[in-house]
Write a protein of this length. Structure first.
Lengths: 481, 495
């Protein structure tokens, strides 16, 4: 099941929301959340619920052992961390990376190629790793109840598309004694913004991207005019950002409705002025995971330069690899690694001083990176790059490309505006202005609240429903995660 | 910074958005959830998409564990969502706001083969034109004319033909089983599922103003395949005195859109394509190039704006072209009974980039004059009676085109009892041939209408013998023979 589907919006979600609303006690709500999360997961992949159950079991046992060893034998329990990590990594390695690993040594047999990728494995595996490590570091006590660990891993809000919520950040709200403070209206608003972003903007940009920048169709890729190639690439860049951030928005919104506060995952990455900044704004939960659980334990930047470069290289290869089990993803990660090193060496100081050029520089790097991300095949990458720079003999633009641009200009305009922080900033300013003086200007405050929290979410819900009915194109990009 | 603690408290409280503001959203979601679970409200068929909607899946343990059962339930839930047509229209309005859409395209990559120059066949054309000139000066009655030079020989032949046709028609009458018409209306059973073949036609669509046009691309290879099949058939049948007529129907984009525009899109020029094909065919083939006549009248309502078919007016000009080639006199249109069917929404509506901006169509049909009985068969054996033109003025907008000969069926037979000594023809057609068949019923005694996508009883040579046919008329879309679908059927059917 995906969030942007009619069965989620008008069957699963309302029923689970209703049940959670009926039970006010945290424990009862957790039971509802656990059962509904397992149903949610099983709905998409009945067999692989077992994998989720097993991984959670392993993590639960290991965490308990760590605590027991710490209390009884005054040992740190590093061994159990290693066991949990090894088992988790082995499982994700098998299901996700077996094909890639085998391909290093030769031909990949059919049985390996046919291994299906359980949905969300990249997300919940990492979450369980943070659980074990947080217990080890004494940032949180181990859970006595297996079901609590399972709930943490399987919670349908973020299980299949993030954000990666670290255990210590959510531990208190999920299992602590204090009652949760739901923010229903803000949650609904956030959820509906995510829904609209996904269904109304990302899907439409995706359709455009697929017709101009397909992943593997060489005829189209090499037949593109320059304008067509850039339009396709920009549409793809918009799709992937709006889609991914929309899912995080919906997850965060649903969390707010329950009183669970998940960390932000995206902060308008396309306005960054350097690759360094970009990765502090894009998929932030993944970036911080790798920083805190891989980079810093390996030594981080507090070591000699060669070691630091090596640490960075490892992190970026893993970042690329996390996004997909194919060499082009590793290449994509390394593409950023190169620019990061250059920036760290000298470029960043330059970029900080030239605002507009740094934006253009960053967009150039990121857009070209998306070419590598999208096409698994080197020949496809080559064809697209040639089209982008007019090196395949095609015109700068042609009649059909101009018509396509005209047909989509408002969509692209709105999608680009949605990437900018200004909309949110203006909304924040207005909200602050109206509410701050709400006792003096009650009418303005109430109007703002009605527009922003009543009308806007309902409008987005209805428009999204229309777009979802009979929809043939509603891609779920995370089937490879 | 506000220092007054009371005021600070008030402001902090104001920033807490009360649960009350969530109520409208929850109400809307609640209502739609209840509606979604109201099973009787769910539609089962989509007229606009011409398909049955997904059914609730059967339960089985395998599908449960593979995940298919749940996937199918999700699909059923969204496919049959109550108010589907209304929601889809709303969605089309939203899509129309993506940009400026006076001209809109669906796809940007389209390539077609270059059209070679037509081989010139001097003698052929002059012979045909002589015949045409003769007929128009001597012909008056609505019968198939006999060439005056060989009149005697013809008479003998025709007597012999009549005798043998009487015998075979008795035999034929016996092999035709008459059954009752199916239940319900043409709306429900008037058509076959042509599936992928039609999709190949629709493909890329460009929208100009309020009309949608499918692209047209010439295929050298498949056109040559078609030319060879038709030529061989004509050569085989000419000794029996059977005429093979190839009358491919041009697509709307060629006739209605300016040539410069078509060139910018990469679409092939259909006039040149037809000239090439006609010129390449064997001399025994009666090739009909209806393109120049259609272009001449392209200020009239020749093609639908939301459908890939032509209108009855366009079909009339096609009929005129066929008559000219065959040396028959076309019956004037005012002798046919005009029947209005009302507003029509066609096939390209769904695949057009901005369907909301299309100007809707209307269907007008022309019922042939005289005493004509019409019988339809879906298997080639059992026939039921039905009117030539069905009155669909009351029906759903999406099915109006089925008024012509009740849509597509494997085999149909129209008998014009006013021309008892007229000839017999078989129209091998796809759905574009439907509006042209009623016109030919005014010129022939028997008109067989064979839909090549559904008929499989026997090939044309056997058919010609079995049913004593004089003319084989191929009336199908020009685009159909630019690909594999139709040609692979023709390779066994047109033998």
């Amino acid at each position: 099941m995906v969030f942007s589907s009619l069965i989620f919006l008008y069957a699963f979600f309302p029923i689970s929301l209703l049940l959670c609303g009926l039970f006010r006690q945290k424990k009862a709500q957790n039971v509802v959340l656990l059962i509904s999360s397992l149903i949610f997961y099983a709905w998409g992949e009945p067999k692989y619920v077992l994998l989720l159950l097993i991984m959670s079991l392993v993590s639960w046992i290991c965490a308990l052992q760590i605590e027991r060893v710490r209390v009884r034998r005054r040992k740190k329990g590093k061994g159990y961390v290693a066991i949990a990590a090894l088992i988790d990594i082995a499982l994700i390695g098998y299901f996700k990376y077996a094909g890639l690993i085998v391909s290093i040594f030769g031909e990949v047999p059919e049985s390996i190629r046919n291994i299906a990728l359980p949905i969300g494995i990249s997300f919940y595996t990492f979450q369980l790793l943070t659980y074990v490590v947080d217990v080890y570091k004494e940032d949180a006590p181990a859970q006595k109840s297996y079901f609590n660990v399972l709930l943490y891993a399987a919670l349908f809000h973020q299980c299949i598309a993030g954000p990666i919520v670290r255990y210590k950040t959510i531990d208190e709200e999920l299992f602590g004694p204090n009652p949760r403070k739901p923010q229903l209206s803000r949650g609904i608003r956030r959820f509906s913004i995510g829904l609209g972003k996904k269904v109304l903007l990302a899907n439409a940009c995706g359709r455009l991207a697929d017709s101009l920048f397909p992943a593997a169709d060489l005829t189209i890729l090499s037949g593109n005019t320059v304008l067509g190639a850039w339009m396709g690439l920009i549409a793809y860049a918009l799709q992937i950002y709006l889609d991914f951030s929309a899912y995080s928005d919906m997850a965060i919104g649903m969390g707010l409705m329950m009183g669970l506060h998940y960390p932000e995952n995206f902060d308008h990455p396309y306005v960054s002025r350097s690759v360094t900044e970009f990765w502090r704004r894009w998929h932030m939960s993944l970036g911080t995971f790798f920083r805190d659980y891989v980079y810093i334990p390996m030594g981080g930047s507090r070591c000699a330069w060669p070691r630091m470069v090596f640490n960075t290289l490892v992190v970026w290869a893993l970042t690329g690899l996390w996004h997909g089990a194919s060499w082009n993803f590793v290449l994509w990660g390394l593409w950023f690694f190169v620019f990061l090193m250059i920036e760290r060496a000298f470029l960043k100081k330059v970029l900080d001083k030239v605002p507009l050029f740094s934006n253009i520089y960053l967009l150039g790097v990121v857009l070209l990176g998306w070419v590598v991300f999208r096409c698994e095949d080197m020949s496809a990458i080559g064809a697209m790059v040639k089209s982008l720079f007019g090196m395949n003999g095609n015109a700068l633009s042609d009649f059909v490309t101009l018509i396509t641009l005209k047909n989509n200009m408002f969509l692209l305009g709105v999608a680009i505006i949605a990437c900018l922080p200004h909309g949110k900033q203006i909304a924040n300013v207005l909200e602050y202005a109206y509410l701050r003086n709400s006792d003096k200007h009650k009418a303005l405050a109430v109007t703002w609240k009605i527009v922003a929290f009543c009308i806007f979410p309902v409008l987005l819900l209805l428009l999204s429903t229309a777009a979802l009915v009979g929809l043939s194109y509603n891609p779920f990009l995370y089937f490879q995660f | 910074m506000e220092t007054n603690p009371n005021r600070r408290r008030k402001i902090a409280r104001a920033f807490r958005i009360s649960k009350g503001y969530a109520i409208p959203f929850l109400i809307v979601m609640g209502i739609l959830t209840i509606v979604a679970f109201a099973i009787p409200l769910r539609p089962t068929r989509s007229y606009s998409e011409k398909r049955n909607l997904k059914e609730f899946p059967e339960f089985s343990v395998e599908t449960l564990f593979s995940g298919d059962y749940f996937d199918d339930i999700s699909l059923w839930f969204s496919d049959t969502f109550p108010g589907r047509e209304w929601w889809m229209n709303a969605s089309k309005v939203i899509t129309s706001m993506h940009g400026v859409n006076d001209i809109a395209v669906t796809n940007t990559s389209f390539q077609a083969d270059a059209v070679p120059t037509a081989p010139v066949k001097q003698q052929e054309t002059s012979e045909v034109s002589e015949v045409v000139v003769e007929e128009s000066s001597t012909e008056e009655a609505v019968t198939v004319p006999e060439e005056t030079e060989t009149a005697e020989v013809q008479e003998e032949q025709s007597v012999a033909e009549e005798e043998s046709s009487e015998e075979s028609s008795e035999a034929k009458e016996a092999s035709m089983e008459i059954i009752d018409a199916p239940e319900g209306s043409v709306e429900e059973w008037g058509g076959i599922d042509a599936g992928e073949m039609d999709n190949a036609i629709l493909g890329n669509v460009i929208q100009i103003g309020g009309s949608a046009f499918s692209y047209f691309g010439f295929s050298q290879y498949y056109s040559d395949v078609y030319v060879d099949i038709v030529s061989e058939l004509a050569e085989n049948l000419k000794d029996q005195g059977v005429r093979v007529v190839s009358a491919p129907i041009p697509q709307s984009i060629g006739v209605m859109v300016e040539p410069e525009f078509q060139e910018m899109l990469g679409c092939s020029e259909q006039g040149a394509v037809l000239e090439y094909m006609m010129g390449s065919m064997a001399d025994s083939v009666y090739g009909v190039n209806m393109f120049p006549k259609l272009v001449k009248h392209n200020d009239e309502y020749l093609y639908f704006r939301t459908d890939h078919h032509w209108t009855a007016i366009g079909a009339y000009y096609g009929y005129e072209s066929i008559c000219e080639t065959l040396g028959m006199k076309p019956v004037p249109l005012d002798q046919f009974e005009e029947m209005e069917m009302g507003e029509f929404i066609g096939t390209t509506y769904g695949s057009a980039p901005q369907p909301y901006m299309l100007e809707l169509d209307d269907v007008v049909a022309y019922d042939p004059p005289g005493d004509i009985t019409f019988q339809i068969s879906d298997d080639g054996y059992s026939f039921y009676d039905w009117p030539v033109i069905t009155d669909l003025s009351w029906s759903d907008n999406y099915v109006k085109y089925s008024c012509f000969i009740a849509g597509d069926h494997a085999l149909s037979l129209a008998t014009n009892n006013d021309i008892p000594d007229g000839k017999t023809c078989v129209i091998v057609k796809d759905s574009c041939g439907n509006p042209i068949a009623p016109y030919l019923m005014a010129n022939y005694h028997k008109v067989y209408v064979l839909d090549f996508r559904a008929y499989s009883r026997m090939n044309i040579s056997s058919f010609v013998e079995e049913y004593d046919v004089d003319d084989v008329i191929l009336a199908h879309m020009l685009a159909m023979v630019q690909g594999d679908g139709a040609n692979s059927i023709f390779s066994w059917l047109l033998r």
